[in-house]
Design a protein around this ligand. Structure first.
Ligand code: FES
Length: 106
């Protein structure tokens, strides 16, 4: 599936996912900025946050329980569409997905 990463300054990068990749892995594999993903996808760092545009939220789905708690711990709130990108498995259903990188990670 083709995933677009949008930087805070509007810069866009488009990449194809490999097999069984998460959005985080696609971005890290291409050294996308503002995506440190320090824990490597272990749901332990909250430094892989992305904002999912409203048009995609139904297809991407809401954060899982632990994921939502981690986002709240990091930000003090749960902004709509905010996800940990290591918890978004890419499938063909997400072909064309755009995610926005936040200025600051948790
Ligand atoms: Fe650490 Fe996603 S990479 S929580």
């Amino acid at each position: 599936a083709r995933i677009t990463f949008v930087q805070p300054d509007g810069n866009r990068q488009v990449f194809d996912s490999g097999e069984d990749e998460t959005v985080m892995l696609v971005g890290v594999r291409h050294n996308v900025a503002h995506l440190p993903a320090d824990c490597g996808g272990q749901l332990a760092c909250a430094s892989c946050m992305v904002d999912v545009p409203e048009a995609w939220r139904d297809r991407v789905g809401p954060p899982g329980l632990d994921e939502g708690d981690m986002i709240e711990d990091a930000l003090g709130s749960r902004p709509p569409g905010r996800r940990l990108s290591c918890q978004i498995a890419v499938s063909e259903a997400l072909d064309g997905l755009e995610v926005l990188l936040p200025e600051r990670q948790g």
